[in-house]
Design a protein around this ligand. Structure first.
Ligand code: FAD
Ligand code: 2HG
Ligand code: ZN
Length: 471
């Protein structure tokens, strides 16, 4: 074990009791490896505070003893942000016991809950009150709202509702020294000084522990229309997106894209999925409209896609005719993370671009990657509707760590240079974590990096919050 303060474990025990500590190595193991099984570390202990007061007590102790803390929610993150390092000196602070929904205010359209509540439970609570919480992603059954806020998670409905940041009104945060910042305000206008809330959103556990949040609810959509389309090129899908936005406005909720190679991977590695279209297409899109009124959605989508078929923008369309068919389309889309895990080792790129730059990016990146490694397997898919591509490169399962590291460095430079030249971002929705920390340093301007360092230094002078991640 690393250098632990002699009183640490005893003081933590006094703060959270037996129920709040996990010290047995077997019981700690799930907290020490990430969902992708890509990072493994060793914690000194796992602390599971029951509430904000216990979290504050834990942070006071860690502040006084200079003990590093890794905050963890559902542990579904894809950038290694919630995994401790190998020193055995870091405490994992798990939020799983802070899982109460504190209030739902139907007149204000807000829900207040603790950080460890599962995203799916928030969606269900909103629905039970005839409201809608729009954040939706493949891990929604196991990720927490605290993790969503800490990574500013995106998902499949950003096009219509924005990222997690746009869905949060207030936060409660335990600071690195154990003080509590109560910013749990349920306001849609609040300009009383600097926006501290937005500083903590997306800070990946490097500035404080988010313990609770006020979330924005929306009217519940009662109708939806879903289609799967096939196209010859990604350029066509970009054009289709613009056409559908113009025709459907706010009713266009999801526009997800995948290449033929991505679809083939899913069909090969996920059970109970069938190809949605009969023929072969270079690119596919899953498109969904939703509305709070029942009438005319299917006709609107059919009309828009009919025009696109006539103009030759798309080659084939399957309009969903049942809830079961809609589910089967989404099962294909949500199977991609699992399929990549089963098929190989993915070098992941989570990039954002202006939508108008996506087609050129895809052509240039593919040509550059193939020039570097002719047989490269590009798994290009993602949230085209908001400009976020998961432009992954898949290596065989038996790739050695050395080859993986060398290829990752090579692919990162190729892909991220093109992204940077287009004024895009190398980190769209999964967070920087440990995966992209050095890449962030490489691409941030001196000024931007300096500002980030000053913020980090002033909030976390002892450098105990998630060291080695993000910055
Ligand atoms: P964790 O993995 O536990 O932590 C993630 C980061 O947040 C870490 O840096 C951690 O230190 C920090 N953190 C966690 N809780 C807190 C807190 N209370 N206070 C401060 N810091 C905290 N992400 C998307 O954005 N869009 C997707 O479409 C998407 N799809 C996914 C599909 C699958 C199948 C999987 C496995 C993951 C997917 N993800 C996606 C990634 C992941 O689910 C999200 O990043 C999610 O927001 C992480 O939540 P979590 O509770 O699991 O956080
Ligand atoms: C998705 O959009 C997730 O399916 C996972 O963000 C992306 O596996 C990935 O790279
Ligand atoms: Zn995604």
């Amino acid at each position: 074990m690393g250098h632990l303060h002699p009183d640490l474990l005893q003081r933590l025990h006094a703060a959270v009791g037996d129920a709040g500590l996990v010290s047995d190595s077997q019981a700690k193991a799930p907290y020490e490896t990430d969902w992708l099984k890509k990072w493994t570390g060793r914690s000194s202990i796992v602390v599971r505070p029951a509430d904000t007061a216990q979290t504050a007590a834990v942070m006071r102790i860690c502040h006084e003893t200079h003990t590093p803390v890794v905050t963890q929610g559902g542990n579904t993150g894809m950038s290694g942000g919630a995994t401790p390092d190998g020193s055995g000196a870091q405490v994992v602070l798990s939020t799983v016991r802070m899982n109460a929904i504190r209030a739902l205010d139907p007149l204000n359209d807000t829900l207040t809950c603790e950080a460890g509540v599962l995203l799916a439970n928030i969606q269900a609570a909103a629905q039970a009150a005839d409201r809608f919480f729009p954040l939706s992603l493949g891990a929604e059954g196991s990720c927490t709202i605290g993790g969503n806020l800490a990574t500013n998670a995106g998902g499949i409905a950003v096009l219509r509702y924005g990222n997690t940041r746009e869905l949060a009104l207030g936060l409660e945060v335990v600071l690195p020294d154990g003080r509590v910042w109560d910013g749990l305000r349920a306001l849609r206008k609040d300009n009383a000084g600097y926006d501290l809330r937005d500083l903590f959103i997306g800070s990946e556990g490097t500035l404080g522990v988010i313990t609770a949040a006020v979330l924005k609810l929306h009217p519940r959509p009662v109708a939806r229309a879903t289609a799967w389309v096939g196209a010859r090129a990604i350029d066509a899908l970009v054009g289709l997106l613009a056409q559908l936005r113009a025709a459907c406005g706010e009713r266009l909720v999801a526009f997800e894209m995948m290449s033929a190679e991505s679809l083939a991977l899913i069909l090969a590695h996920v059970t109970d999925v069938r190809p949605p279209l009969a023929g072969a297409h270079a690119f596919h899109a899953l498109i969904e409209l939703a509305d709070t009124q029942g009438d005319g959605l299917a006709a609107l989508l059919e009309g828009g896609l009919g025009d696109a078929l006539e103009q030759g923008t798309v080659q084939d369309v399957a309009l969903s005719v049942s809830g079961a068919q809609t589910q089967s389309f989404w099962k294909i889309r949500e199977g991609i993370a699992q399929a990549q895990m089963r098929a190989g080792k993915a070098v992941k790129h989570d990039i954002a671009l202006p939508i108008s730059a996506i087609a050129a990016f895809a052509h240039e990146a593919e040509a550059a990657l193939r020039a570097a490694q002719p047989d490269v397997r590009i798994i290009n898919f993602g949230h085209l509707g908001d400009g976020n591509l998961h432009y992954n490169v898949l290596l065989p399962l038996d790739t050695t760590p050395e080859v993986l590291a060398a290829s990752t460095a090579q692919f990162n430079r190729i892909v991220h240079d093109i992204v940077a030249a287009a004024n895009g971002s190398i980190s769209a929705e999964h967070g920087v974590g440990q995966l992209r920390r050095d890449e962030l340093r490489h691409y941030k301007s001196e000024v931007e990096f300096d500002l980030m360092m000053r913020i980090k230094q002033s909030l976390d002078p002892n450098q105990i919050m998630n060291p080695g991640k993000l910055i």
